[in-house]
Design a protein around this ligand. Sequence first.
Ligand code: SAM
Length: 346
Amino acid sequence: MNKKLIDKLFQKECLSKEELLSLVGLTEENEFSYLCEKANQKKEEVFGKSVYIRGLIEFTNFCKNDCYYCGIRCSNQKAKRYRLSLDDILYSCEIGEKLGIQTYVLQGGEDPFFSDDRLVEMIRKIKENYPEKAITLSVGERSLESYERLKKAGADRYLLRHETATEEHYQKLHPGNLSLEARKICLKNLKKLGFQTGAGFMVGSPYQTEEHLVNDLLFLKELQPQMVGIGPFIHHGDTPFYNYSDGTVRQTILMVALTRLLLPKALLPSTTALASLHCDGRKLALLSGANVVMPNLTPPNERKNYLLYQNKIVDGEETAESFQKLKEEIESIGLTVDLSRGDYRG
Ligand code: SAM
């Protein structure tokens, strides 16, 4: 029954809500493997064996928001806060340059210190030094005018996960000053301004149901983002969700695979959270529809402080220092490292 639905999704690239609900809840191992195989096949039809590489620079862990799940929420007094200077950021870019990386992803909390002027200066400086490289920003919700300035300064892409597409679930994950509606407006503005835009969500977050996950898929299908970040929720001991269980590798991979079949051309990272949960997490996602990996270029002494969740990997394959090992891991599963910019091909 579910295999037929998987075939239908493979051909039509869409399904009804009820049909998606059946796939989100599938329990048979042979159906799960079939879904992963078909997602991999779809990815190969569009992208071949390429795995795109993005260099991640986590440049501030100050945040004015208080998301209940996040380790760098403003109420977490135990977080050791840092901001990288422009020189530190440029040094991280230089490390990426030496590795041949063509995209920098600049991510941070919503840090008021990084005003439009400061972000514009940062983008301009990076583009001055590396005009051919793509810049992806991931600095949260801002006004249309602000996004416009960042775009004009040279930013190419923007990641802003919607976190959950169900309003009542959104309210359970965030304090009252944050709303799904505001998040959606930002995503629409980013698309309108011509950013290659990334949405996404956590799998297994507190109070999440299978219906919520279906809503996430339907929202993605409607939004048509160029990138989608999907990772497991992992608890952090110093947040209100310290007691909640983590998302699973299986459910996360299932959601990556379904997303690949719904949005064949999207760039889908195999996330750090997945690799943090299980040593084979990264490889399994790359064989089930994901096609992007983001090695960490943040200076090693600060990396451990960008602690969104417990046991986040800050060493190992996903770091600048171990880039060779990452390449070997990717090649060991028959895929190839693609160091081109890896822009969305519409
Ligand atoms: N401030 C920016 C924003 O809100 O988009 C970017 C930084 S934010 C920390 C990046 C992402 O980390 C969030 O979109 C969220 O999905 C993820 N994240 C935060 N806490 C997490 C947790 N406990 N487990 C898994 N992912 C988490």
